[in-house]
Design a protein around this ligand. Structure first.
Ligand SMILES: Cc1cc2nc3c(=O)[nH]c(=O)nc-3n(C[C@H](O)[C@H](O)[C@H](O)COP(=O)(O)OP(=O)(O)OC[C@H]3O[C@@H](n4cnc5c(N)ncnc54)[C@H](O)[C@@H]3O)c2cc1C
Length: 312
């Protein structure tokens, strides 16, 4: 049977809007569309697909690629492998799509943002949409796709009749890892991405007791205090203040880095700042390669000197 299977995302009881991008791409592909969903009381448009397969399992089971592939195997056993197995380009889609591709021996094309129906070509972007790659499944093979949010929603036309509902028994046991809970990001009244001047401190400050003195300097300079990951991991500053790949990307007018070595995960979050000033006692610290101005000195001495200057 020729069909596109969409793995839907339901998060905390809500059928995610970005599923419509997967539905839209499936419509462009012109295949019968089967939507695979977890059980739950959430709202779902009843004419969204030709068939809805509802697994008797909680939404969290869909977060685990090992569980998911076990359930997909059950679907494939009844219908055969789909021509397209579609995920959203989300944190779970990015995890489950390549795993499923490996598990079922299928090729994968991630972050699809456009599709040329005549040529059968999928497009994905590189360099923040400056360049697009064109991809075609070799020999017309079945393929796993992840779909960029906002790319195909308008193609998601309603069916004339409500979807046929099928039930899947789900899986008896959770494999490999257990989902515990969702944890909300710590709320913060300060948004470091909006600051013009960031004073960012790293492990080089030594210990938590130094934070008030740097906070005081930040206030005097009309700057906002941020930090590198070790400072956040040690809970010297709250998580929303973290700069870097697993924190925030910032682009202030001035980025003053004190006691930060310049690991690439940190640099990725601040390298586009207009003016980077680095203070470090190590002349070889990588941060100096990105800094417009560098001061080789003890940060605490520089801090005290700056306070003296601002105090007049
Ligand atoms: C998956 C992953 C994600 C990550 N995400 C992030 C991220 O989002 N943000 C991030 O920052 N890191 C991130 N990291 C961690 C990153 O690899 C580095 O470990 C981290 O950036 C180092 O922080 P640091 O520069 O404060 O500490 P260090 O590398 O320990 O550097 C401290 C610096 O302070 C200097 N110093 C010490 N004392 C003084 C002094 N008295 N005066 C002057 N200089 C002094 C030292 O010479 C040194 O250069 C991530 C890592 C991984 C694996």
């Amino acid at each position: 049977m020729s069909y596109a299977l969409i793995v839907a995302e339901v998060r905390r009881g809500v059928f995610e809007e970005r599923n419509l991008d997967s539905v839209g791409l499936a419509a462009l592909l012109g295949k019968e569309t089967v939507l695979f969903v977890p059980e739950g009381p959430y709202q779902i448009p009843e004419k969204i697909a030709d068939t809805i397969v509802r697994a008797k399992t909680a939404e969290e089971t869909f977060l685990n690629p090992l569980n998911l592939t076990k359930m997909l195997e059950q679907i494939f056993a009844g219908r055969g492998k789909p021509d397209y197995l579609i995920f959203t380009q989300s944190s779970s889609g990015m995890e489950c799509a390549p795993y499923s591709a490996g598990f079922f021996g299928l090729p994968v094309i991630t972050d699809v943002s456009a599709y040329d129906k005549d040529k059968g070509i999928f497009y994905k972007s590189y360099y923040s949409d400056k360049v697009f790659g064109e991809f075609k499944p070799a020999g017309g093979a079945a393929v796993v796709l992840t779909v960029r949010s906002g790319s195909f929603k308008e193609c998601a036309a309603e069916r004339s009749v409500a979807a046929k509902i099928e039930e899947l028994s789900g899986i008896a046991e959770t494999e490999g890892r257990v989902f515990i809970e969702y944890v909300e990001e710590e709320k913060s009244d300060i948004d470091i991405t909006k600051a013009d001047f960031l004073l960012s401190v790293g492990r080089g400050i030594g210990n938590k007791d130094e934070i008030p003195a740097y906070e005081d300097l930040a206030n005097k300079l009309k700057a906002v205090l941020s930090g590198s990951r070790p400072v956040i991991d040690k809970m010297w500053l709250p998580k929303p203040r973290q700069v870097g790949t697993s924190g925030k990307t910032v682009k202030p007018k001035v980025y003053l880095a004190m006691g930060i070595s310049g690991a690439f995960q940190h640099i990725a979050g601040m390298k586009d700042s207009d003016c980077i000033i680095a203070v470090n006692k190590d002349t070889e610290a990588p941060i100096f390669q990105y800094a417009h101005f560098g001061i080789i000195a003890d940060i605490h001495k520089v801090r005290d000197k700056l306070k003296e200057i601002v105090n007049g």
